[in-house]
Design a protein around this ligand. Structure first.
Ligand code: FE2
Ligand code: FE2
Length: 331
């Protein structure tokens, strides 16, 4: 999920005349919707931007497992627990596809994880918020996976072959995630007064961070124009955010829940919802590492890496033994 959120850098679009012949041929392929494959020539900045985008996405998948993992042992029924486990495993799988896609661009998995563990690489800020009640698991599926789908469906058509193909499978699984989340929230919303209050409280806490998932407003989103020309971003942050609001508000209304935004109103003329100002200070504070759970999340990933060292060593030793057996001369 969560790929195009924290782009940084300057935007300078080259016109056709300024491009080299190679760059022009590359852009023409993209314009003709021909996929770029790992062995094809590509501008260095395309490669770098994609490594950053895909790895941020991969990191978000595996960090996103943590807030939900917190509730596996406290799921209210065996069925809910089985569904939650399957969902979290899917997210781990998404991480693996995406790390593999990034590796085709010439960077190693160790290097990518090193960037996450050192704090150099970003992941989606939403996972720095805590999961306080079972209703939060519903809100994450409904809103966070819902926002992820909004972002990822267009990426199925992005210009880089391995990324676009990974997105096709990921999106199928994300729609299951969203439905399981909505089902949790619906059950609570139709339950006792206390359960209903839990659902409302979860919506109150997750609504605004979900809108922030689409990244800064278009005016402040540097890098956008180049990414759009390369078709690794197909809609702007504000366009996707608007779609998400238009899709989600009627779902909240159906549940009888209140979206925590006094400025929310339907604009009949423009056929869209108007909504209130997002607190971008909060977004940038969390991005800088000052969210409620930033330290805890990163530490959990570093611990998982350290505690898994024996598995990596055993796998290496096994591979060496196998190689020595098959090619005794080379050993
Ligand atoms: Fe995912
Ligand atoms: Fe998901």
């Amino acid at each position: 999920m969560y790929a195009q959120m924290v782009n940084a850098g300057a935007d300078k679009l080259k016109s056709g005349v300024e491009m080299t012949a190679q760059e022009r041929a590359f852009q023409e392929k993209i314009d003709a919707d021909i996929k770029i494959e790992p062995k094809d020539w590509m501008p260095e900045s395309y490669r770098k931007t994609l490594i950053r985008q895909i790895s941020q996405h991969a990191h978000s998948e595996i960090v996103g497992m943590l807030p939900e993992g917190n509730w596996v042992t406290r799921a209210p029924t065996l069925e809910r627990k089985a569904i939650l486990l399957a969902k979290i495993q899917d997210e781990g799988g998404h991480g693996l596809y995406l790390y593999s896609a990034a590796e085709t661009l010439g960077i190693s998995r160790d290097e990518l994880l090193g960037q996450l563990h050192s704090g150099k690489a970003k992941y989606s800020s939403i996972f720095n918020y805590p999961t306080q009640t079972w209703a939060d698991i519903g809100a994450i599926g409904w809103l966070v996976d819902g926002a992820a789908i909004m972002n990822q469906v267009p990426l199925q058509r992005c210009s880089f072959g391995p990324y676009s193909r990974a997105m096709i499978r990921v999106c199928k699984e994300e729609s299951f995630h969203q439905r399981q989340g909505y089902d949790i929230i619906r059950t609570l919303a139709e339950g006792t007064a206390e359960q209903r209050a839990m659902a409302q409280d979860a919506l109150n806490r997750w609504w605004w961070p979900s809108l922030m998932m689409f990244g800064p407003p278009d005016g402040q989103s540097v890098h956008s124009a180049q990414s759009m020309q390369w078709k690794i971003k197909l809609f702007t942050n504000d366009e996707l955010r608007q779609r998400f609001v238009d899709q989600t508000v009627p779902q909240a209304e159906y549940l009888g829940l209140t979206v925590p935004d006094p400025d929310l109103r339907w604009n009949e003329q423009e056929q869209r919802h108007e909504f209130g100002e997002i607190d971008w200070n909060e977004f940038f504070e969390v991005l800088k590492g000052h969210g409620p759970c930033n330290k805890e999340r990163l530490q959990a990933r570093v611990d998982a890496w350290d505690n898994g060292a024996w598995v990596r060593e055993a796998a290496m030793a096994h591979a060496e033994k196998q190689a020595a057996r098959t090619h005794p001369d080379a050993a």
